[in-house]
Design a protein around this ligand. Structure first.
Ligand code: HAS
Ligand code: CU
Length: 541
């Protein structure tokens, strides 16, 4: 009992840092979307790009990484019980990530690192910003090690059994993530840090971008798989049905391990210095990594169908009507799934090499990533806290009406904002721009109504954040004592035993490495055949 309380405190520590980042990061988002629409002027002492960096880093990098680390730790500890478990690795990861976050955030707020969340060279931040980023990233390796130790313990004590499915999903996500972070760790430790401290005269920009995107695409799947852990694992439990299919789930996650990595060049379709043959190859891999998401759509609807059949309801309308829409954790997940239908569509457009010319560096991309990270990922994770946090604190959350209002406002606001951003992008509005007037140019004038509409959507999302803040304070400080359960679904007792090969994480990680070599050996070798120009770096703010 005492041990479980100690484990809960660790998980809560991760969630709290993640959620505080949400409250700060979304406030900057509100300022951005409204200042861009011309509702007010950002003061010179706190300019647009400083806010934009704080927004992107706190939400895309800090919130997601810490939340998923906490959730994954929870899933592992609850699925593999272990007497006298050491929490040293868990806390090491937390301290590294939190210290890294504070360091990076202070540098951004002080105006020393307005380099946006992708920190592209030759924009040059203070070295401490990169040190903070390195700590945040390397801290996650401690979580992976903790998960692997739990798996080793399970294999020792349960020979011949399959790893519990929630832990399999977590391990798959972290193994994929580990391979990805090697790329950004090389970029940060060997390129950005020595360069920003002034130890080397310049930086190879093209290489740094390639290393970043080698990491940057799996990064977005790391977030997505955090939400998938809830969709596959927790949603069936809420619906009162077992896992839909152990084997299908493992196949989907294995496909993510092997196909999330060899695709980063789809963010560099317009970069010079990479031949089109590699871009085409990675387009192919990108379209293949859509498959596990389509499998997920199938598995989810099949889960819904099973749950409805238990109530004797059939047909599309019958199934939808049978779902527990009043349960906040379910509601947020389901609305996240609906948003992902559009997010996935936009992603496939971007992946289609030639179509990307139309969308790249426009507001369309900003629309795409808000409807993916802000939709399926953030909405699902936030909705999960309505049961996860009370389960960890030993309380009951009673303001379900407030939670539902928060979730609907988020869904509506995000839909409006993202739709407006996609449209503005198609009309040519650029991303990463503080002001859009372009001296009264006629084309730029077409963007104005969409920028205004995006601001309306953003304000609604922020209203949702305020609701969440109230609910969060209630969850943490108020509420009656009582038991809340946040559990993963049970295995299907009637299912056939999953083939052992689908449990071989090492084998699939090796397959992932092979595909990385196939996808990247070409562009990297090609790169070193060109003359390499080193950029001294600049500070544009
Ligand atoms: Fe993306 C750019 C391609 C998915 C995030 N993406 C970005 C950036 C971010 C991002 C942050 O190929 C911008 C980075 C930057 O700053 O420059 N993306 C894809 C593709 C997919 C995709 C092919 N992206 C995501 C996800 C993200 C994310 C997920 C975050 C979590 N993306 C791109 C490309 C670019 C890009 C290019 C670069 C563009 C450029 O020019 O810069 C696919 O994985 C999508 C597959 C998904 C589906 C949907 C499946 C639907 C499901 C829902 C089921 C619904 C049910 C209905 C069951 C095919 C699973 C429920 C019904 C009820 C009634 C309840
Ligand atoms: Cu991508």
């Amino acid at each position: 009992m005492e041990q479980q309380r100690a484990e809960n405190r660790l998980v809560l520590a991760y969630l709290y840092v993640a959620l505080v980042s949400v409250f700060i990061g979304t406030f900057f988002g509100l300022l951005q979307v409204t200042s861009r629409a011309g509702f007010f002027q950002t003061p010179p002492w706190f300019d647009y790009y400083r806010m934009l960096t704080a927004h992107g880093v706190l939400l895309a990098l800090v919130f997601t990484t810490l939340f998923i680390s906490g959730l994954s730790t929870y899933a592992t500890y609850r699925s593999i019980e272990r007497p006298r478990r050491s929490l040293a690795l868990g806390w090491t990861g937390w301290w590294m990530m939190t210290t890294g976050t504070v360091l990076a955030a202070l540098e951004i707020l002080a105006g020393n690192a307005s380099v946006l969340y992708t920190f592209y060279a030759p924009l040059k931040a203070s070295p401490w910003f990169y040190v903070g980023a390195a700590l945040l990233i390397v801290g996650t390796w401690a979580v992976l090690l903790d998960v692997l130790l739990a798996i080793a313990y399970f294999r020792r004590t349960h020979p011949g059994e399959r790893i519990p499915l929630p832990v399999f999903m977590v391990a798959a996500n972290y193994l994929m993530w580990f391979l990805a972070t090697i790329g950004v760790a090389i970029e940060v430790l060997f390129q950005l840090i020595p360069w920003s401290f002034g130890w080397v005269p310049g930086i190879d920009v093209q290489l740094s971008r390639t290393l970043f995107w080698y990491f940057g695409h799996p990064l977005v799947y790391f977030w997505l798989l955090g939400a998938y852990l809830i969709w596959y694992g927790v949603v069936p439990k809420i619906l009162g049905v077992p896992f839909f299919s152990d084997a299908l789930t493992r196949v989907a996650f294995i496909l993510f391990i092997i196909l999330s990595l060899p695709v980063g060049v789809h963010h560099q379709f317009t970069d010079p210095g990479i031949s089109h043959i590699w871009k085409e190859l990675q387009t192919g891999f990108t379209l293949m990594v859509v498959i596990p998401s389509l499998m997920t759509a199938f598995a989810l609807f099949a889960t819904f169908e099973q749950a409805a059949a238990k109530q004797g309801r059939h047909g599309f309308i019958g199934i939808v009507a049978a779902l527990p829409w009043s349960n906040p954790t379910f509601l947020g997940s389901a609305l996240g799934m609906i948003l992902f239908i559009f997010g996935g569509f936009g992603g496939i457009v971007n992946a289609s090499y030639s179509l990307d010319v139309l969308t790249h560096n426009t507001m369309w991309i900003v629309g795409h990533f808000h409807i993916t990270v802000g939709g399926p990922v953030a909405l699902t994770l936030i909705a999960a806290t309505y049961t996860l946090i009370p389960a960890l604190t030993g309380r009951r959350f009673t303001s379900e009406g407030l939670a539902r209002a928060q979730i609907w406002l988020w869904f509506i606001g995000l839909s409006i904002m993202s739709f407006a951003m996609h449209t503005a992008g198609l009309l040519g509005a650029p991303r990463r721009e503080a002001a859009l007037a372009y001296g009264g140019n006629a084309i730029a004038a077409q963007w104005v109504p969409w920028t205004m509409l995006a601001a309306v959507g953003g304000i609604i999302v922020y209203a949702s954040v305020i609701c969440y803040l109230i609910a969060f304070v209630q969850m943490v400080f108020g509420g009656e004592r009582g038991e809340t359960r946040f559990e993963f679904a049970d295995p299907d007792l009637y299912a056939e035993k999953t083939p052992a090969i689908l449990d071989r994480l090492g084998l699939w990680t090796a397959a992932a490495v092979l595909l990385v070599i196939i996808a990247y050996a070409g562009p990297i070798t090609e790169h070193f055949h060109y003359h390499i120009y080193l950029a001294p770096g600049m500070r544009t703010w």
